[in-house]
Design a protein around this ligand. Sequence first.
Ligand code: ADP
Length: 720
Amino acid sequence: MSSLHMRTASRAAAPLVSHAARLELLEYYLAHHEDLVRCAQASVDWLARHTGVRRALCLAVDSEASQLVGLAGAGITIDDVELFSLSLSETQDPLVRALFSAEPTVVRPPRVNGHTTRVNVFGASPFTAVPLRGARGTDDEAVGLLLVRPGTSVGSDLTWLATVLGQKIDQIRGRGSLAEEVRKLRRERALFFTIINAVTDPIMLTDTEGRLIVANARAEKLFAATEEESEGRRRAVELNNMLFSAALSRTVVEAPSEARELLLVDPSDGSDLLFEVLSTTVEDPREGTGIVSVLRNITDLRRATEQIEENYQKLRIAEVAVRAERDRLNLIIDSVADPIIVTDQAGATVLMNAPAEELFTVAPDAEDLAQRTVQSNDAHFSSFISGLLLGETGPGEIRRGEIGLMNPSTSEQIPVEAIAGKVLTETGELTAVVTILHDRREALERTRLYEQLRVASDELQMRVQSATAELATQNELLRRQAIELEQASRLKSQFLANMSHEFRTPLNAILGYTHMLLQGVAGDLAANVKRQLTRIDSNGRHLLTIINEILDITRIEAGKMPMQVSEFNLNELVSEVMTELDPVIARSRLAVSARLSADAPIMSTDRQKVKQIVVNLLTNALKFTHQGGVEIGVNFEPGKHMAAVAVRDSGIGIAPENHEKIFEDFRQVDDSPSRQYGGTGLGLAICRRLANALGGRITLQSNIGQGSTFTLSIPAEAPQ
Ligand code: ADP
């Protein structure tokens, strides 16, 4: 059983207690109390309160058991009181001896006169044992003992108390068995403490001045500490007492029956403990006014409340965030041009954007057709969604399907592709299905156009293929024709070469005989015969020139004019040509000059061919120039390894449209029968062929009436 502390006010001892105090004890305690223990308790309390006594123990004689038993104590533990018993047979015990002594005895434990006393509740200090006697005074056998400390001198108050208490004990004992009385009371007390200790909340009874009278075990943990306990714990207990007293006085003053909060310190670990204090004032006819306080630990409750509050705040914040998120989502959904529909796990629509509303909602007063269209759209969509809900679509997986919808206002068919995804919770529970309907008309149109394009492209490809095949056929045809032409041309050249050769032999014979006749080999000729012979000679020579030129061309074409490379000086060649043509130059009466190159233009090419070209160009210049002059310029560029001979005349000139024509075989600018200038039209054609054979070319700068410049450009070294 838990101990019961009796806290007493430790006031300075007054030498004499007032009559009022004695009267109070007599009236309130002794007069009204009929049980032994309470009377004894009231007496020791009175002693502690009004005299200098710090500790007191009241003992009574149980005559049936022939022993001394404890009745009440002040400043000592209840166990010390209740467990006290001393057999009267121990006659040597100082207490037993004191019982039979007429006067108060001073006892000095532990060893007194060689005997040990069982009383060690007061420690090693000496104490006074005052015998308590019945109404008959000192003659009477003592009914009990009152042990007090300090007790160096026994004051009149103590003597007085011993007298009244002894008489009271004697009086009560006269009515019944002491042992029975004590047992009964102790049972009651034990029961009482069992009950209040069973309560987990601290329970306390205090007097009006805040002094603790009774406390249960839980309250003791908070408000009581013995000397042996740690400093920290004692401090905490002290603080708790102060806090509790302050709270109690406030309660009494302000609102006696109202619950108020009280923050205490847990003496075992120093943590804060929050209590709710409910105090009630109780009136006892014998004990007087007291205050019963029940402390309810609301630390956890407060913590829970705070937690709830905190969670609520979090919830509010989350709610605001969710609302903002939803607003944002709505904004996004509304700004998407494709219809978007959000359905719940049962397939019911919970959200749709404006484009979706156009397809799935209709005004109640709209036409029947529009109503039916919306219903049909709804049915199509629902069947798609139920297919999705029944199907095994995992989280994040997208399901696609095609739905045929119709625009309710225009009745236009709208084939759409439905793209749907499930929204699952963390635990995999389906919360919503988001479906986006994508209008496929544009895509279908694109596909159609693409198909058309593909067909067109295929056709084109086929045409290109057939055209290419035709072209190949034509090419082949042309190639064959070219081969045939080449063969024909070769045959022609061959024929011409043969013919020229056949012509040249008799013609040379004719010219030889004519020459001999003109030389007078057959005697002098008459003037007219000589004139006719001269005509034969000149026509024969013209014919020979033609035949020679034809022969040249045919030989070149037949590849029968091989290159004969030699080294020569181009300046010298030009001078040589001028010397050879001197008679013609003299006849022309033109100013003919040569502007030779300063660098010695040493050539390594076919000299004969170069000379033939220069002769031809110079002959033409003289032929087609009537006044002014002709100049032959030699240019040599050693760095480029190119040489040029330019023949410039101030003659009739050639129109640009004829610049190309005059290089063709048998072509002349004037090819009419009544033409002014003789010639075969083969000279330039031969020159171009020869220039090509030398790796060079002939260019022309000329215009009508502005003279002409024919320039032969050839590499200094003939190509291999
Ligand atoms: P032909 O033997 O007729 O002179 P060519 O092939 O040498 O043949 O010349 C072709 C034609 O080019 C000439 O008939 C003439 O019309 C023109 N031709 C050639 N050289 C000159 C030139 N220096 N000035 C004007 N015309 C020219």
